[in-house]
Design a protein around this ligand. Structure first.
Ligand SMILES: Nc1ncnc2c1ncn2[C@@H]1O[C@H](COP(=O)(O)OP(=O)(O)O)[C@@H](O)[C@H]1O
Ligand SMILES: [Mg+2]
Length: 354
């Protein structure tokens, strides 16, 4: 099912290029990528609970070099500049490995079949306000020292139109791309209270720089304020989606917004989880078409348990069709797939306020 589902997803994102023959190709590619996907899912085990610990980034990278080299073509050369005596990072090592892997795969794909160079740097830097405002996620982070991991390639680079959309789930310029790699990286960095900087020049290459907080840094008033601010957005969101990769990326997005995520793979499981303690969930994100128990029936059941339950429906069908079926039934919102982080954030904050 997962392989077929991914073939479907790939299909959907292929759009106009999609001929009859490409269908089988999609399935094959999905199967080939199953390993990568499994990996992505595995880091997800524990439903997005992060285990933050003191991490030696240089060691983490050194331990991965063989794996990274196996991942890319033989014509690609790796260069490492790992700054000595680096302080420890406050991070979840498996999440950082996943982020690094996604960035290196992209770098390798940007280089393609020609010979190329991927550089991985680590270091510590002082990030001032003006620097932070130009990063993703970080405009509100405190100024100060950050550790960084930087992945550079001399591959295809990106134009601005592409660069503006790279973090949108399902956005891909690749024939067989799933567009989930950078969405996952963004979620990971956000959960670390880190930042992400992207430089890219068409036909020259790209650099992705992850900024991560140091371990044991005394908490400044500023940082505490940010944590409080995130606490206001705290709460758990229950996700029901039978498509694993969609559920996982949705969970990452939800976490990026400051919530905890609980994933259920069908309507029945969703109702069971909700029933246990309805007050635990600030919101339910419900996929319309699922086996076992579809969105419509699930919605009814949830409302029976708690008439005030906030439910946002997500669907690949167009909104008119779907919301028509739910009109007057107290649906909190509707989200058309594929959606991006901005759309999700807007709808969730609207729902939570209501
Ligand atoms: N290192 C890079 N060089 C050039 N383009 C990149 C790079 N990394 C990401 N991109 C662009 O961002 C898009 C989204 O990346 P990602 O989320 O990993 O999805 P996918 O790799 O499946 O396409 C890619 O399709 C590509 O256009
Ligand atoms: Mg990718």
């Amino acid at each position: 099912t997962s392989i077929l589902g991914n073939a479907n997803l790939a299909n959907a994102s292929l759009g106009i290029h999609n001929g009859a023959g490409s269908y089988i190709e999609n399935i094959e590619t999905a199967a080939m990528r199953a390993g990568e996907l499994c990996n992505q899912m595995l880091t997800y085990a524990g439903h997005g609970r992060f285990n933050l610990e003191a991490v030696n980034l240089n060691q983490l990278i050194t331990d991965m070099t063989r794996l990274l080299e196996l991942t890319v073509s033989k014509k690609t050369v790796f260069k490492y500049h790992l700054t000595d005596h680096l302080p420890l990072a406050h991070a979840d090592p498996s999440q950082i490995r996943q982020a690094l892997m996604n960035l290196v795969i992209n770098a390798a794909e940007a280089i393609g079949d020609t010979s190329g160079l991927i550089t991985i740097n680590t270091g510590m830097m002082r990030a001032e306000r003006h620097y932070l405002t130009e990063t993703y996620l970080a405009p509100d982070l405190p100024e100060g020292d950050y550790l960084y991991i930087e992945v550079s390639d001399n591959g295809s680079g990106m134009n601005n139109a592409v660069k503006n959309r790279i973090f949108d789930p399902f956005f891909s310029t690749k024939f067989t791309g799933r567009g989930l790699g950078l969405a996952a990286v963004l979620g990971i960095v956000r959960s670390h209270h880190g930042a992400l900087k992207v430089y890219s020049e068409l036909n020259r290459g790209s650099t992705f720089k992850l900024l991560l907080p140091l371990e044991n840094e005394p908490k400044s008033g500023e940082r505490r304020a940010i944590e409080n601010q995130n606490a206001q957005l705290s709460g758990t969101i229950l996700i029901a989606d039978d498509e694993e990769s969609v559920a996982a990326v949705t969970a990452r997005m939800v976490e990026a917004l400051g919530f905890k995520a609980v994933i259920t793979e069908n309507g029945r499981r969703c109702v069971e989880a909700f029933k246990e303690n309805p007050a635990d969930f600030a919101l339910v994100l419900l996929d319309l078409s699922m086996p076992e128990m579809g969105g419509e029936e699930t919605f009814r059941e949830l409302r029976l348990i708690d008439p005030a339950a906030r439910v946002i429906l997500t669907s690949g069908f167009n909104e008119e069709d779907a919301s028509h079926r739910f009109s007057g039934k107290g649906l909190t919102g509707f989200l058309q797939k594929p959606y991006n982080l901005k759309e999700l954030r807007a709808l969730i904050s609207q729902a939570i306020d209501s």
